[in-house]
Each structure stands twice: as structure tokens, then as C-alpha cells.
Design a binder for this molecule. Structure first.
Ligand code: HDE
Length: 737
């Protein structure tokens, strides 16, 4: 070959008869590849490929005949194939093996934290009021976005009770067309630790003891209090747990908090720092401690049932999403508060929460496992317009949430699971791996490429891509330490305490007394008392008295903190949607107004439940609960339309509720109902024979929160007014001011 021929440009590769490809990677999107078929749509599909969740197949098995997983019709699934009726099972029984093998592998590992939860579908509508601070499309005016929200406890296993004293998770997945946004929030605005590297420590301390694996879903044990009393940055979160916030009445009545400070970017590229808040339409309400304990035994699924029933009955829970907005200054600080410290709040009185949209939860899951168990949240699922900050807790979470799904959901393709599928087109270059469901076309899952026409292309500056902001990182040296601004562990706990009403303070004292009283080690109790002394002397001395230990002197200055009224749940009034109204009837009572009352209650968005001496009907009215099945914790208010007397042939109840044999005054099970609703500060109403029943039980119409009258309608009008404050707060005994 001569020199000139050697130097000539070689023919570009290509198939004969096809225009040769360019040597350079294309730079312009030309015929973009279609989105992956399996990720283009959020539609739920059943194993047979039919759409799930439609009217026809919402809760039924599909098809006329039972089949194997490969579609062969099955004639008998009740008997294994045996060598004669009394012989061993034959290895060749492929249907038996498939059925048992699949069953053997039905369980997946539960979440390492937040294992117990409930999830529901809903919709979010942007108000457009955040347009100045973010260009995120889903927050613009009138834009609606489908969502899935999962509420949870933190410490308990998947089957543990709902109403334990704990923090609650409040995680929402917004399926926006610009990519999924996960707001993985809690009902408490601060966290136990300031650096994510401590997460295994705090969780190991809170989980059951490693030797006997008890107690389940509780913080009332030595290892928890050992850790939080030594690691004093946990004191703020701990005080929230000991307050009534630790035992919510319902998921529908909880606030939610993003905890960390996030960064938002507007259309001009200007940034702000923000904190996310969810504000429930029904207000923040809690159980009393005794109610919570009773419910743990009587109805451990209380919160799950409450959420499911409310949605089923059309009482859709609602929240407003709000943001506190701060200047994105170099110190990341507002009013002397380090915005990167996740153990601190910014009181709403200093930075008001500005509403930016509304969440309505309106759909129960079709299949709990497919949706609630398999949903995978991640604080790094961010749309354009929202970004993270350097909060060291948030930074750690950005690693952990992807990592944990690898074990829990069995590999890296969990975003292909129907509940996790984005509603935005997905053109990633992630390939293969366990549980790969996409059948990717194309030959070049790499960039740069020419063989797939250069597809897919990088988005340009105007293509609404997620942006890594050129945020300045302080020049520094590598260290394992916190900034000095993280050092104050007590002043905001004092602020929280100072913001509580006397009743709420009393509940906090009782909660510490109970939890520390359950610890065995006196040095742990004494160390926690030292922390309480550093918060408030009254709190410390009350708990010390209860424990029978001396109250120590503070070791830090007890600064006076300005209370934040927004932290208290006493004092406001809220709608009573979805509240349960128990109505006691008996054969001889005045039942004339009861049917009309039921209609009034329904019309007010509440649920009337008739409680009678037996099932069936009483005076023509259908009974939903009998004296044997009713327990006060199910009702938000108790009304008496009759005076049920004890059964003549018994000394007391026929069930196992115990109690001393009663006299002839009132059926003891109704007496128990009344005593409990009284203790739990719920409204009581009575008319006709019901008023006599009240008196027989030792309650008069003059007492706080007790309404008596001539007829059902007038009594209920007054009852409704009282219910708006949630509880009859005056009824709680209070020792502190
Ligand atoms: Fe989580 N957290 N977390 N967390 N978290 C998980 O992720 C973690 C934290 C929260 O309903 C896990 O998918 C670390 C704060 C909720 O599926 C895991 C740290 C807040 C849920 C994890 C935190 C939360 C989780 C376990 C400290 C409130 C339930 C299963 C750095 C803002 C989500 C999973 C659901 C779940 C790690 C702290 C909220 C292990 C390392 C602060 C609501 O990845």
C-alpha cells in the first residue's frame, strides 16, 4: 500500500446500503428514544397484565379459572399429588412445589426503622404562592399532582401497635412530571442527633434489648434513657416524645415537618432556605396516655383503621403544606438559630408558615404489600426547584435511603415497582440487576454514543433539569467535629416546655415519670434528672419526686425563653370531621329522637354508633356496638338516650371487663364507659332517661363538659360546640402552672 492510500480517511463503519454514521457524537436531540415501556406510566397492573384498581377488579381475583403462575389451568389445589391416598407426596408435583415455594418466600425484610405504617393515595394542589421562591412546577398555581403518603411509627416491628409513645413518620411521594419529589417528614420538627453517623446508635438504643428482644415499640427502657441522657442533643426530641405529640389521636390530626432546612431556587436562579410544615385541617390532637394504653390492647390497629375508615366514608383528611422562608445567607442562620442544626426549630412567631398547597388523601390502597410495603422513599428524590443543604443529618440520609432498599426490596431496580414508578418519562442508562422489568431496546446504554443516535441527550439550561447549584462550600480542613453553634442542647427544650399549657406540662411530667419509672438502673434515672434540671426546675423536681430520687441543681444557665404559642395544642377550635359519637340506648329509653340525631351527626361529617344491650335492634334502631363489645376509647363523645340496668341474673358484666359486682343503679359496662370518657376529658351528653343514668353513675349536668337537656337535638348542638376544642381541658387535674 502506498503512503497516500495509507493516509486516506478510512470508510466509516456501517451496514451496506445504509448512510454511513458520523464519527462525532450527535449534539442535538434527534428522534429521542421512547421512554422505557415499563416506566412510562404509573398504572397498576396485575400479574396478568390487566389494569388493577378498576371498579370491576378492585378487590377480586381475576379470571374464571385458577391457574399456575405460567397460566396453566389448575383442577385441584387442595390435595397434593401422592403415591396413593396415604402415601408420600411425589416430587413431580410441580403445582405443589410452586405453591409452597412461593409462599415460603412471601415475606421481605421489614424496614429497619418505621416498619409499622399505613399508606394511602391522594392529590396535592399548588397554590402558586411559592412561585417567588421556587420554580418547581408542581407548586405552581392550580397544578395538581398525584401523591402517595405513608404514616408510620419508628421503633416498633411491622406488627406492633399503632398508639405507642413514639415519633410518627409522614412521608409523601409527589409523582410530578418533572421527576418524583419525596418529602420524608416526621410529626416532630427536630431530631435526636445532629450528625447522621449517630443514627445506628440512637436506633440501637431505642429498639428492644438485644438479649430478650423486649420491650417492643417502647422507649420506656434502660437503653433508650441511657443513650439520650448521655447524648444531650437528644433532649429536645425526647421532650416532644414525652409530650402529647408522642401519642397522636389520629394520623389525620398530626402536623408534619421536613425537619431539615432545604434550599429552593426560583425562576431567576435566586435561592432561599426553607423549612417544610404540614398543617392538618383537623388540628393537632392527641390521645390521653390511658387511652393509648387501652387501645394498644383493644385495637392495636387503631390509627390504620381510623385512616382507612375516614377515607372509605369520604371524610378525606387534608393538610396545607407551608414553608418558613429564610435568606440564603453564608452563615445559614436566622435570628441566631443555626438552620443546619436539626435539633432546633425556628418558632413560627418569628418566621410565619406560609401556605403553598393542599394535600387531600382520598384513596385507600388496593393491595397493602404492593403499595405500602414496597413504597421506597428517599430525601434525594428532588424535582428542579428544590435542593438540599449541608445539614449533616440530611447528608447522611441521602446515602441511607437508597442503600437500605437494596436489602429490603432486593436490588437496585426498586423504582420500577409500580408504586415507585415516576410519572415522568424515564430515560436512564441503568441496566440489568435483580428484578429488572424493563426490556430495554437500543445497543448503547452509555454516553457518549453514536450507535443509538446519541440518545438520550443531556438537558440544556432551559430544559427544566435538576440543577446542582454552585453553592459555596466553606474552605476548611477535614475534621470529625460539629460546629460550635450545635453546642446548646437545652435552651430550645426549655422553650418547648415554656410554651405548654398547664395540662400539657402535667402530661409531660407524667410521661417522664412513667418512662423513667420503667428503667431499672438508678444511675440512668439520676442522669436524666440532671438533664431535666438543665431544662426546668419544676419539671425536674416533679419527676424526681415521682421517682423517689433527689432533684439535682442545673449545670447550665437557665435562660428565660419566649414561649411559642404555636407549639401548644390547647386553646383552638377545629372541625370534628370523622369523629365517633357513641349513643347508649336501652329498651325503655326515650329513643324517639335517635334516628333524627343519627342523620344530624352524619350531616355534620361525624359517625354515630349505637351502643345497645344486645346485637340486632333496640326499639327499632340498629345496634352497632353492644355493651360487651364497646369500649370508650372508640368514641370521641358519649351520649346517653337511656338508662340500662344490670342484667337481673348477674352481679356484673358478662364479658371479661372485670370490676366489682354492682348494685342496681346502672349496667356496670355503661358505668365503665362513663368513667373512662370522664377521665379522658371527652364530652358527655344526656337527655330523658339518659340524664337519670348519668346521675346514677355519679355525674351531674353541672360538671365541665357534661350537657343535659330535654331532647337529643338541643343536647347535640351544645355537644358539638364543646367538641371543637377536642377535649374538656378543665377536667384534667393540674399541679403545675
Ligand atoms: Fe429516616 N430512615 N433516617 N428519618 N425515615 C428510613 O429508609 C435515616 C430521619 C423517615 O414510610 C429508612 O426506606 C437516617 C429524619 C421516615 O417508608 C432508612 C437518618 C426523618 C421514614 C432511614 C434518618 C426521617 C424513614 C428505613 C439520620 C424526618 C419512613 C426504611 C441521618 C425528617 C419512610 C427506609 C417510609 C425511613 C434512615 C433520620 C423520616 C434506614 C440514616 C430526621 C418518615 O433509610
Amino acid at each position: 500500500m502506498d503512503k497516500a492510500a495509507e493516509m486516506a480517511t478510512p470508510e466509516p463503519p456501517g451496514r451496506p446500503g445504509v448512510e454511513p454514521a458520523s464519527f462525532d457524537e450527535p449534539t442535538e436531540p434527534r428522534e429521542p428514544l421512547p421512554p422505557k415501556p415499563d416506566q412510562s406510566s404509573p398504572d397498576m397492573r396485575t400479574a396478568t397484565g390487566a389494569p388493577a384498581g378498576t371498579e370491576e377488579n378492585a378487590r377480586t381475583q381475576q379470571g374464571a379459572y385458577l391457574t399456575t403462575s405460567t397460566g396453566a389451568r389448575v383442577r385441584d389445589s387442595d390435595h397434593s399429588l401422592k403415591a396413593g391416598p396415604r402415601g408420600p407426596i411425589l416430587m413431580q408435583d410441580h403445582h405443589f412445589r410452586e405453591k409452597i415455594t412461593h409462599f415460603d418466600h412471601e415475606r421481605i425484610p421489614e424496614r429497619v426503622v418505621h416498619a409499622r405504617g399505613s399508606g394511602v393515595h391522594g392529590v396535592f394542589e399548588g397554590y402558586g404562592t411559592a412561585a417567588d421562591v421556587t420554580h418547581a412546577g408542581f407548586l405552581q398555581k392550580g397544578v395538581t399532582t398525584p401523591v402517595f403518603t405513608r404514616f408510620s411509627t419508628v421503633l416498633g416491628s411491622r406488627g406492633s401497635a399503632d398508639t405507642v409513645r413514639d415519633t410518627r413518620g409522614f412521608a409523601t411521594k409527589f409523582y410530578t412530571p418533572e421527576g418524583t419529589f419525596d418529602l420524608v417528614a416526621n410529626n416532630i420538627p427536630v431530631f435526636f442527633i445532629q450528625d447522621g453517623i449517630k443514627f445506628p446508635d440512637v436506633i440501637h438504643a431505642g429498639k428492644p434489648h438485644p438479649d430478650r428482644e423486649i420491650p417492643q415499640a417502647q422507649s420506656a427502657h434502660d437503653t433508650f434513657w441511657d443513650f439520650v441522657s448521655l447524648h444531650t442533643e437528644a433532649q429536645h426530641h425526647t421532650m416532644w416524645n414525652m409530650s402529647d405529640r408522642g401519642i397522636p389521636r389520629s394520623y389525620r390530626m398530626m402536623e408534619g415537618f421536613g425537619v431539615h432546612t432545604f434550599r429552593m431556587i426560583n425562576a431567576e436562579g435566586a435561592t432561599s432556605l426553607v423549612k417544610f410544615h404540614w398543617k392538618p385541617k383537623l388540628g393537632v390532637h392527641s390521645l390521653t396516655w390511658e387511652e393509648a394504653q387501652l387501645i394498644n390492647g383493644i385495637d392495636p390497629d387503631f390509627h390504620r383503621r381510623d385512616l382507612f375508615d375516614a377515607i372509605e366514608s369520604g371524610a378525606f383528611p387534608e393538610w396545607e403544606l407551608g414553608i418558613q422562608v429564610f435568606e440564603d445567607n453564608p452563615e445559614q442562620e436566622f435570628a441566631g438559630i443555626d438552620l443546619l442544626d436539626p435539633t432546633k426549630i425556628v418558632p413560627e412567631e418569628l418566621a410565619p408558615v406560609q401556605p403553598i398547597g393542599r394535600l387531600t388523601l382520598n384513596g385507600n390502597p388496593t393491595n397493602f404489600f404492593a403499595e405500602v410495603e414496597q413504597v421506597a422513599f428517599h430525601p434525594g428524590h428532588l424535582p428542579p426547584g428544590i435542593d438540599v443543604t449541608d445539614d449533616p443529618l440530611l447528608q447522611a440520609r441521602l446515602f441511607s435511603y437508597i442503600d437500605t432498599q437494596l436489602t429490603r426490596l432486593g436490588g437496585p431496580n426498586y423504582n420500577q415497582i409500580p408504586i415507585n414508578r415516576p410519572h415522568a418519562p424515564v430515560n436512564d442508562m441503568l441496566r440489568d440487576g435483580y428484578h429488572q422489568h424493563a426490556d430495554h431496546a437500543g445497543v448503547a446504554p452509555y454516553k457518549p454514543n453514536t450507535l443509538d443516535g446519541g440518545c438520550p441527550f443531556f438537558a440544556g439550561a432551559d430544559d427544566r433539569a435538576f440543577e446542582d447549584l454552585p453553592v459555596r462550600v466553606a474552605e476548611s480542613t477535614k475534621v470529625r467535629e460539629n460546629p460550635a453553634t450545635f453546642d446548646d442542647h437545652f435552651s430550645q427544650v426549655r422553650l418547648f416546655w415554656a410554651s405548654m399549657s398547664p395540662v400539657e406540662k402535667e402530661h409531660i411530667i407524667r410521661a417522664y415519670s412513667f418512662e423513667l419509672g420503667k428503667c431499672y438502673d438508678n444511675t440512668i434515672k439520676a442522669r436524666q434528672l440532671q438533664c431535666l434540671a438543665n431544662i426546668d426546675p419544676v419539671l425536674c423536681s416533679e419527676v424526681a419526686t415521682s421517682l423517689g430520687l433527689p432533684a439535682p441543681e442545673p449545670t447550665v444557665p437557665l435562660t428565660e425563653e419566649v414561649p411559642s404559642p404555636a407549639l401548644s395544642q390547647v386553646g383552638g377550635t377545629w372541625p370534628a370531621d370523622g369523629r365517633m359519637v357513641g349513643i347508649v340506648v336501652d329498651e325503655d329509653g326515650e329513643l324517639g329522637g335517635v334516628e333524627a340525631l343519627k342523620s344530624t351527626i352524619f350531616a355534620a361529617g361525624m359517625v354515630p354508633l349505637i351502643i345497645g344491650p344486645h346485637g340486632g335492634t333496640v326499639g327499632g334502631i340498629e345496634v352497632q356496638r353492644t355493651f360487651a363489645t364497646a369500649r370508650s376509647v372508640e368514641f370521641d363523645v358519649l351520649l346517653l338516650a337511656g338508662r340500662p340496668m344490670p342484667a337481673p341474673d348477674s352481679h356484673g358484666s358478662r364479658d371479661d371487663k372485670g370490676g366489682a359486682p354492682s348494685g342496681p343503679a346502672l349496667d356496670p359496662r355503661v358505668q365503665l364507659l362513663l368513667d373512662e370518657v370522664w377521665r379522658h376529658a371527652k364530652v358527655i351528653g344526656a337527655w330523658g332517661d339518659g340524664t337519670a343514668a348519668l346521675e346514677a353513675a355519679g355525674y351531674s349536668g353541672q360538671l365541665p363538659g357534661v350537657v343535659t337537656g330535654d331532647d337529643a337535638a338541643s343536647v347535640f348542638t351544645q355537644v358539638q360546640e364543646l367538641m371543637a376544642s377536642h377535649r374538656v381541658w378543665d377536667r384534667f387535674p393540674v399541679a403545675v402552672s
